[in-house]
Design a protein around this ligand. Structure first.
Ligand SMILES: CC(C)(COP(=O)(O)OP(=O)(O)OC[C@H]1O[C@@H](n2cnc3c(N)ncnc32)[C@H](O)[C@@H]1OP(=O)(O)O)[C@@H](O)C(=O)NCCC(=O)NCCS
Length: 186
């Protein structure tokens, strides 16, 4: 496939009013509800670009910078930042809009990696991306860098498990706020 599609063709924007049934025990909007909305918009954006069914392979860190109030209007903007072979990075910016005061708050930005699945149920190549604006170029390079860092992080995590030695670990814990109650000399 030698197909390229512009970023704007798959860009998606949604708005949803935060109703009381979305609240957590603290009276703010439940983070899980926001994650679910983000997953839906990531799916829609990726599928629009790939024109194939897509699955969520990974979600980059989700930092909630501010709580979202019940009664506010949540807006999400999603676009494909980067494409590899079968995967795409979808960037999602979430804002909450206080519809009484008109104030906008940027609550978080997250990155979803979506993989396209063909009719045969196997991963399939996604179209290339046409970068039409300066920001598209910046986001593509940032997405590529996040993919590289994620691979490095994956390797470091794998070593974390295989390098574990209990004696060294106990020494490392001496200045931490924990007690090792297990008698490792027994
Ligand atoms: C996502 C999935 C299709 C990847 O399959 P796989 O055989 O492990 O894929 P590969 O290692 O060949 O990677 C395929 C692409 O996905 C990317 N990828 C795979 N896992 C990834 C991860 N955890 N983070 C970021 N990218 C990932 C790879 O970099 C590769 O990208 P490229 O083709 O653009 O270079 C498979 O793991 C899967 O089906 N997972 C379940 C998805 C799902 O059900 N999601 C909903 C959860 S409720």
């Amino acid at each position: 496939m030698n197909d390229f599609r512009p970023v704007h063709e798959s860009r998606i924007e949604i708005s949803e009013l935060m109703i009381p049934s979305y609240a957590n025990f603290g009276g703010k909007v439940h983070g899980g509800y926001i994650l679910s909305l983000m997953d839906k918009i990531a799916y829609a954006c990726a599928t629009r670009h790939a024109r194939n069914y897509c699955v969520t392979a990974s979600v980059d860190t989700v930092d909630f910078r501010h709580p979202i109030e019940v009664g506010s209007l949540v807006r999400m903007y999603a676009s494909v930042n980067y494409v590899g072979n079968t995967s795409m990075e979808v960037g999602i910016r979430t804002e909450s809009h206080n519809i009484r005061t008109g104030e906008f708050t940027h609550t978080n930005t997250s990155y979803f990696t979506m993989v396209a699945i063909g009719e045969n149920g196997k991963k399939t190549l996604v179209p290339g991306l046409i970068l039409e604006e300066k920001n598209d170029v910046r986001r593509f390079l940032e997405g590529r860098e996040r993919k590289r860092l994620k691979r490095e992080y994956g390797r470091a995590r794998a070593n974390l498990k295989s390098d574990f030695q209990i004696e060294l670990a106990i020494k490392e814990l001496q200045n931490e706020r924990c007690e090792v109650a297990w008698n490792h000399n027994a």
